[in-house]
Design a protein around this ligand. Sequence first.
Ligand code: TMP
Length: 239
Amino acid sequence: MTDQNLIYTGKAKDLYRTDQPGILKMVYKNQATAGNGAKKEEIPGKGVLNQAINQLIFTYLAEAGIPTHLVEVLNAREELVKEAQMFPLEVVFRNYAAGSFVKRLGVEKGTPIEDGVLEFFYKADALNDPFINDDDIRFLQVATEAELQEIKALTRRINTLLVDLFKQAGLILVDFKLEFGRTAAGEIVLADEFSPDNARLWDVETKASFDKDIFRNDEGDIIPFYEAVLSRLEALTQA
Ligand code: TMP
């Protein structure tokens, strides 16, 4: 496929047009970034691991009735996805205090958050992806009230499903970020990816991070930890 088909290049993935209408090809890259691109590094093997973890998660969610954009995995780095008009929102869900939540609210890292907290960040590089609320979203016409409620309900269902899955894998799902889009057929689908790049996963016993915080905090090689996440999940699904 030629570069003419490249329609979007992101920090961790590229999107290409295909011959099939309504179907795009998503390619996982090895690039890791932190601090909105301030820290950037090529990490061989990361793309393959993220795709494998994402495939497992998206398949598990789809089997539980969550609509996702995933159509077919082509190979270790490439998959076909439904074309969707993306909501310019990062939907963050938190079960325990970590990251920006700790900084913003001054609570202790690891504090459990009863019933969880759902946050929206507006995807706008020039503004540094600011925190926004429901009223801001309506004002910006980023989503309608009905779409907002659907996105929130899907996110909470996804959280319940994934907390349970990761618990079986000996991992605590601390927080994560999702992105949603609307297909031409009008369906709201979970898009982008779910991987340790955009979730915090702590070992149940040691509370050690098995996610991109290792990269963000310069704590060494992420690959063995991403491999461990994959093998723990595979052990569950193959059981
Ligand atoms: P935060 O604590 O930095 O706000 O991040 C919350 C969760 O969302 C964490 O699992 C990392 C993920 N996340 C992304 O994947 N991309 C982003 O741009 C941000 C801000 C967070």
